[in-house]
Design a protein around this ligand. Structure first.
Ligand SMILES: [Zn+2]
Length: 228
């Protein structure tokens, strides 16, 4: 390094833009391109299924037709499977799409459960606990994948297999988002639902502790320089 060069500035210039490493590892789940196309069929399906779910649930509230509430839930569930399937089949998995999917899920789940809780007050305790777990703890955990060069949280096993198994494997996802609605509609037991939500919440707390012990990396360098 020549004399007179600011070491910090030199380090910033040498850092890869946006903190991505430049290793061509061959993993399908790792990011290898600096930009991504967000105008994809998968993202279109995500937006459409979210609008469809929101429309059905709000129409259910305004008209009192409960079947529309469950239609909204069905649109959310089927659409959530469809956008992920299309993204994989068309190789359209993008980080922006993954974030869109995560935030769209929160909106659909929130309006469904709040509307259902308004109808079935006995379920308000497990619903409130679940909303805190899903909207806060799980949202923070799910968005953490952005701190690694991953295409989505579906490839988090490349970072940590335990966190992946607990949260984003097929059983992990089933526990996270599908189990409560099944138990709620089949048992109609607030105690069973509360017990399930506390179990899910415990998994999330343990996951957050593990994630922060593993260490969530921060992108290094100058944010302004990375965009120029
Ligand atoms: Zn890789």
């Amino acid at each position: 390094m020549s004399s007179g060069t600011n070491p910090a500035a030199k380090r910033t210039q040498d850092a890869p833009p946006s903190g991505l490493n430049e290793v061509r590892c061959g993993h399908h789940g790792c990011v290898h391109e600096p930009t991504e196309n967000v105008l994809t069929y998968a993202n279109g399906i995500t937006l459409a299924r979210t609008a469809g779910c929101l429309t059905a649930v709000t129409l259910s509230i305004s008209t009192g037709r409960i079947w529309l509430l469950f239609a909204g839930l069905a649109i959310h569930c089927l659409g959530d499977v469809a956008d992920g399937t299309v993204a994989r089949l068309r190789d359209e998995e993008t980080r922006a799409g993954a974030v869109l999917d995560i935030v769209s899920d929160r909106l659909c789940i929130a309006v469904y459960y709040l509307s259902y809780g308004h109808l079935v007050h006995a379920m308000l305790l497990p619903i409130a606990l679940f909303l805190f777990e899903f909207m806060v703890l799980d949202a923070h955990l799910s968005l953490a994948f952005l701190n690694w060069p991953l295409r989505s949280l579906n490839y988090f096993y490349l970072v940590d297999r335990v966190l992946y198994a607990w949260n984003w494997s097929t059983p992990g996802k089933a526990l996270n988002s599908g189990a409560l609605v099944v138990v709620m509609l089949t048992t109609r037991s607030p105690i069973a639902c509360t017990g399930l939500v506390l179990t899910i919440g415990a998994v999330k707390v343990l996951s957050l502790v593990r994630a922060h012990r593993v260490g969530i990396p921060a992108p290094l360098g100058c944010a302004s320089a990375a965009t120029s």
